[in-house]
Ligand binder design. Sequence first.
Ligand code: HEC
Length: 129
Amino acid sequence: MKPQLSWTKISLVVFLAALLFAAPSCTSDNVDDKYGPGSACDTAVVTFSQDIKAIIGQNCEGCHNGNSASGGLNLSGHSNIQSSALGGDLMNRIERPSSDPLSMPPGGPLSDCDQNKLTAWINQGAPNN
Ligand code: HEC
């Protein structure tokens, strides 16, 4: 039996290749993918366990932890994060323009959504919720 390359097979391959190239563009600026359907940035219910822990963990804790506390600041765990947050230092550094050498994180600013979530949580008294 001789394998045959039919037009159906060729168009299937072309179609799959096109899909492969098109796929990454779907992940770009889709608000729903980032924040869940229906809400650009939901700051109505912000909790330490669901939101804040991850924001600080992903953006700050690498340099501010128990073993390596840059600037003498440990941001591991609720009580450490809470005291920096309520003391004002945390948002003071986060809200500085990235041109300011004191801005945190040093690699570039947090997203507006993350900043709004932090502010909402701090306004509630930075609870361990
Ligand atoms: C790449 C490492 C790095 C990351 C990531 C980082 N920091 Fe820092 N941070 C530093 C260093 C180094 C200092 C000390 C120099 C200075 O004061 O700017 C510092 C200092 C600080 C201080 C002042 C501490 C004090 O008492 O003087 C605060 C507040 C702070 N960082 C908050 C944050 C927050 C909040 C994040 C995450 C949004 C963050 N940092 C992410 C390296 C980092």
